[in-house]
Design a protein around this ligand. Sequence first.
Ligand code: PLP
Length: 453
Amino acid sequence: MKHETAVMEQATRLRTEAYWMPFTHNRYLKKNPRSRILARAEGAYYTTVEGRRLFDCVSGMWCCPLGHGHPKIAEAVARQVKELDYSPAFQMGHPKIFSLAERIVRLAPAGMGQVFFANSGSEAVDTALKIAVAYHRMKGEAARTRLIGRERGYHGVGIGGISVGGIAPNRKMFAPLLLQGIDHLPHTYNAAEMAFSRGQPKWGAHLADELERLVALHDASTIAAVIVEPVQGSAGVIVPPAGYLERLRAICDKHGILLIFDEVITGFGRLGEPFGAQRFGVVPDMITFAKIVTNGVIPMGGVIVKPAIHDAFMTGPETAVELFHGYTYSGHPVAAAAAHATLDAIEEEASFKQVRELEPVLERAAHSLKGEPGVSDIRNIGLVAAIELEPLRENVQARPGARALKVFERAMEDGMLFRFTGDIIAMAPPFISTQTEIGRMVEVLRGAIRATH
Ligand SMILES: Cc1ncc(COP(=O)(O)O)c(C=O)c1O
């Protein structure tokens, strides 16, 4: 209780000036910060410093689906800090990171062989892009340097990630820094063809053929890799059309281009399977992951590769470093302990099954919002759903994002913490959610949509 009072007191005296918040409307938030300051979390709920309880509708930022304060993860982290708090990442190792790599390979689709560890999704993506270019060079195809991303793709904020990413505001301020030799596939969203689809839209597989056009334009011998999120998350939940990923795979195979799935959001169960690769039955050459691997408790990311990619580097003198890449905190022992405990919990709690059981519950609830004022689309897959709203207008001019902000704030007053991108409200509730909680989440959203129209 003493601690609780101290937290609240701290918040009363909150000075916001020195902290430049990431991806945040700093000036707006700091006018009235207290409703946005979280004091504690337990299970599927946060509590703000004002004492308001919020259901965690997006599992933190897609990363805490097993619930906050998971006792097994907390214990594993505490134990590890005492046992081995840090181990040099280069030229040294520790047992838990070897066994974790093995475990992740076992969870990955058949045909994957090794894991390279990083500390975030952004680092995982830049690592995968570097491995792709270096791999072709090791194979004697040094001209294969071109990287292909996709419009509306989000691959973090590293220079590689924003270059292959396809969200304009993330790119335009940094334009001079963007990598050369990048191209983008078209995104697969088309409201006229797929609005209100449940699961994978039927229309749109042919959009993968755009890759053939890029191959014709540049020649396959210049292209290293294609990177896509199996489900585009940050851009507002864009579900791949049926057959699309299969076609991308076939075209990459035909031309010797590596296919990278960025599974930072979809990895470790969000779609009811360990990875999107298994959900969609398409095996890429590399998979990037982060977030759920540690239930968000300690940062960790990584890249899973096929043995052929790893083995291409294992040449030259045995005493020489094979890949000149890595981070001080690659494979951090505390993150490794958190990841083991997370994977234990996923097994013990049958998390993938939980997601598969909740998927139709969320689907039904989300699609019941069809017909509410200003709702222009609803889409879902796994334990993810998005509601797209028509933008507010001022003198005919659209004000993108203004409507979703109102809905977000209204929903928070009613105990729900959503996320929004533009005018799209995303839901990715914890795997431990009950059916009642999912129902309530959607009803609060309905109320907020009506109240703000
Ligand atoms: C698909 C994808 N890739 C990469 C990232 C970046 O991850 P991080 O914020 O951990 O760097 C994200 C973050 O949401 C993501 O969704």
